[in-house]
Design a protein around this ligand. Sequence first.
Ligand code: ATP
Length: 237
Amino acid sequence: SSDDSLLSVEQIDTAYGKSQVLRDVSLEVGNGEVVALLGRNGAGKTTTLRSISGVIKPFDGTIVFDGTDITSLPDHEISRLGVSYVAEERAIFPDLTVAENLEMGRVNRDDGVFTIEEVYDLLPRLEERSEQLASHLSGGEQQMLVIARAVVGQTKLLLLDEPTEGLAPQIVEDVLDIIEHVSDQGIPILLVEQNLNAVLEVSDRNYILNKGEIVYEGTTEALQADEETQQQYLGIG
Ligand code: ATP
């Protein structure tokens, strides 16, 4: 089923201790796709990204990335294969400057998606603040920085957890622009979002998680037209 998929998550079950959060979750991300994972609070979206990135291990099921079974690989090896996970808690180095944070993205990586100069061209705001400490950036600028750092590395798949959360509308548009630019470079993206309108601006295909199970899969056109599904699982409409 997954011949042309870059990422194939096959029937994974994931638990925290005795509390099972994901049940039989399967999803695919193809080359060049932007795929959104939607669902209410606590549905298991973050746990799915953590399972793919290796931060937590499923107790059953299989995850295949770029032809390699990564199900039981340590997270740093999954990262080295090109899976860049941008967690909800924005992992910048607060005591380093913007420029130093971007340099960190290049460590041990020759060919990034973008050079640091290209990232600055894309995000002039980061260039203006290149010598400032990352801790002095606004929330939106910090989110730009973590995405920028991921793409100066050798990313083959970008996992983004709620990249627009808590951001002012103008900054949300900037972050969506970055996502589109990254996607235009051929980098597939799996993103978790609560903000349906933001998602539908950038996604090609969408999955909905409900209580740890995938209950819907469809193109953005299909989901846009399906008010019943939006109402039932996302509480919208
Ligand atoms: P949100 O949008 O609120 O982050 P989510 O869909 O990303 O929701 P998860 O964060 O994956 O959901 O959480 C799914 C379930 O797993 C929730 O019931 C949550 O309480 C539980 N959970 C998450 N992290 C842990 C943990 N470290 N230990 C125990 N339970 C956890």
